[in-house]
Design a protein around this ligand. Sequence first.
Ligand SMILES: *[C@@H]1O[C@H](CO)[C@@H](O)[C@H](O)[C@H]1NC(C)=O
Ligand SMILES: *[C@@H]1O[C@H](CO)[C@@H](O)[C@H](O)[C@H]1NC(C)=O
Ligand SMILES: *[C@@H]1O[C@H](CO)[C@@H](O)[C@H](O)[C@H]1NC(C)=O
Ligand SMILES: *[C@@H]1O[C@H](CO)[C@@H](O)[C@H](O)[C@H]1NC(C)=O
Ligand SMILES: *[C@@H]1O[C@H](CO)[C@@H](O)[C@H](O)[C@H]1NC(C)=O
Ligand SMILES: *[C@@H]1O[C@H](CO)[C@@H](O)[C@H](O)[C@H]1NC(C)=O
Ligand SMILES: *[C@@H]1O[C@H](CO)[C@@H](O)[C@H](O)[C@H]1NC(C)=O
Ligand SMILES: *[C@@H]1O[C@H](CO)[C@@H](O)[C@H](O)[C@H]1NC(C)=O
Ligand SMILES: *[C@@H]1O[C@H](CO)[C@@H](O)[C@H](O)[C@H]1NC(C)=O
Ligand SMILES: *[C@@H]1O[C@H](CO)[C@@H](O)[C@H](O)[C@H]1NC(C)=O
Ligand SMILES: *[C@@H]1O[C@H](CO)[C@@H](O)[C@H](O)[C@H]1NC(C)=O
Ligand SMILES: *[C@@H]1O[C@H](CO)[C@@H](O)[C@H](O)[C@H]1NC(C)=O
Length: 466
Amino acid sequence: MLKFQTYSLWSILGGLSVLVFIQASPAPAPAPAPVPQVVSSLSSAFVSATGAAASALPTVILDWPSLSDIEKKLGVNNSDLQNVSNSGLLIPSYANFTGQNWNVRFYGLAYKLPNVNTSDLVSLFNALSTNDLNSTQQALLQNRTQDLASIPIPKANLTGIVLANGTDVTNGGIGLTTSDDFGEIDQFVPVSGLGGDTGKVQVVQTGLIDVTGPGNGTALLVPDQGISIVSDIDDVLRITKVYVPNQGLFNSFVQPYVNVAGFPELFNTWLTSLPGVAFHYDTTTPVELTRTYVEYLFSNYPIGSLEMRPINISQPSEVLDARQNSLLKLFQTFPQRKFVLIGDTSSSTLLSAYPQIATQYPQQVQCIFIRNTSSTDPDDKIPYDTKSFQNLSSNQYFFYRTAEDLMNLDIANGQCVNSSIPQNVTFGEQGGILDNGAASFMGRNQLLGWWGLTIVLGVVIGMVGV
Ligand SMILES: *[C@@H]1O[C@H](CO)[C@@H](O)[C@H](O)[C@H]1NC(C)=O
Ligand SMILES: *[C@@H]1O[C@H](CO)[C@@H](O)[C@H](O)[C@H]1NC(C)=O
Ligand SMILES: *[C@@H]1O[C@H](CO)[C@@H](O)[C@H](O)[C@H]1NC(C)=O
Ligand SMILES: *[C@@H]1O[C@H](CO)[C@@H](O)[C@H](O)[C@H]1NC(C)=O
Ligand SMILES: *[C@@H]1O[C@H](CO)[C@@H](O)[C@H](O)[C@H]1NC(C)=O
Ligand SMILES: *[C@@H]1O[C@H](CO)[C@@H](O)[C@H](O)[C@H]1NC(C)=O
Ligand SMILES: *[C@@H]1O[C@H](CO)[C@@H](O)[C@H](O)[C@H]1NC(C)=O
Ligand SMILES: *[C@@H]1O[C@H](CO)[C@@H](O)[C@H](O)[C@H]1NC(C)=O
Ligand SMILES: *[C@@H]1O[C@H](CO)[C@@H](O)[C@H](O)[C@H]1NC(C)=O
Ligand SMILES: *[C@@H]1O[C@H](CO)[C@@H](O)[C@H](O)[C@H]1NC(C)=O
Ligand SMILES: *[C@@H]1O[C@H](CO)[C@@H](O)[C@H](O)[C@H]1NC(C)=O
Ligand SMILES: *[C@@H]1O[C@H](CO)[C@@H](O)[C@H](O)[C@H]1NC(C)=O
């Protein structure tokens, strides 16, 4: 029998961040963390929605650990945390030119990383069968799960620096606005001494000087004009298979990351051929996997800015909001640039967020490319909805199968469609098992079940199919 417990690791993080918060402002009792309740109701919604069909789900979340299990396992308490020094994470970001200065986005997280036994952390995820792993896989698992024990520091006081060619241009640092209740920072800071807009992307180093953790990052000085490639990562740039949960987990935590064939070459071609090109990677993978993703991306794809899932997300609609907000921020920061948006049919949020931003800012969207994941991977049996594309011109979007389909498009001159590839966009729900005549079996509940599964998995360990 399936048993769905009601708490996730994120609840723990929420709960513990409240502990830290209590410490910072001892006077009135703070409001309880909202996260556990939300996760709890989501999980029960999932259980009731799937009901009898649950046993047919390709589920991996048997015996999910409860809050107290996790507390016991991690064995982290308030006084332990007092002795742990502050760490910082800066997510690779972008800057725009104001005519005088560069406006640099400081985007990241202040956190404490308690000394957690990682084998204990891994053992929480029954879903992840870690028996029979060879030494390479063990090392990858260890490396990628380490940051999952990060405990956010609310209201952290941070000082940022910017280094251009190794020289600090900030005269010892710029005070940043304190982190929010979830330890997150996200703010634009005007920085002088970085020169002007050269028409090409320049890379500068950023840092947080008052943390003992790594706290270093990069920022791209992006020219006013040019083409920005905005790309999802999972199942667009690397083979994750989010639509097969067990494999999605395994591919995310245990296996070396594998490129989607031809994409590094395609991006490299665009790097050298598109005018003023800049790359931006947008994922709903949680922020704890940032270092893993950055290391993978920057050794396979052009250096770029990155957007991770905000830490305080607890409901599906908030994942969509996060996608929309990150696109909005990008479009507003670079009002004269043209954007090429890349996603895949297994990411339902992009299937609605991309057409929506194209409707809102028609002048700024150059092309939308959606990988038809099921056309090359029969394992993808998840239906997807193309209705949001109805209001767009069919010249503007293209459902591709392979990198080759995109290779020879003249994007700079507005060619988005490779006419040799048949298109079958129905502006409704399509694809997946529905196409195999099993619609009565895979009904709405089953679909909701997938959402629930994705969310439960997503909130806890970063599956990204939403
Ligand atoms: C916190 O946990 C440590 C072990 O990690 C233990 O020695 C200590 O007594 C605990 N403190 C409290 C207040 O529970
Ligand atoms: C924290 O550090 C202090 C001083 O180094 C030490 O006396 C104390 O036992 C430590 N507390 C814990 C919970 O490790
Ligand atoms: C982690 O803890 C388990 C028991 O909870 C123990 O068997 C194992 O040796 C520990 N690993 C490390 C690296 O300390
Ligand atoms: C470990 O397993 C992976 C995936 O099956 C394989 O690619 C790799 O070669 C193995 N490494 C070792 C050291 O056996
Ligand atoms: C993970 O591996 C990378 C190199 O492959 C290394 O730079 C990094 O320090 C490792 N991180 C952890 C937490 O072990
Ligand atoms: C940040 O600085 C303010 C003012 O000095 C202080 O009250 C607050 O406790 C600091 N925040 C943290 C998390 O230490
Ligand atoms: C760093 O130096 C290179 C080569 O001299 C120069 O092209 C670039 O503009 C410099 N970067 C910044 C941010 O000043
Ligand atoms: C931060 O510094 C480490 C050590 O020098 C380096 O390996 C890593 O690439 C840097 N990270 C970024 C995002 O620049
Ligand atoms: C999450 O944090 C962001 C940024 O701090 C904030 O705008 C948003 O309202 C928060 N969402 C929730 C659900 O608390
Ligand atoms: C730079 O980005 C900021 C933040 O998004 C935006 O408010 C501002 O209008 C942009 N400046 C220019 C010149 O586009
Ligand atoms: C995706 O590919 C599948 C299999 O080739 C096809 O049935 C489906 O219609 C395609 N979807 C779109 C939107 O073209
Ligand atoms: C087009 O999509 C519909 C709905 O998903 C499907 O029934 C049909 O088989 C597809 N046709 C082709 C040629 O792929």
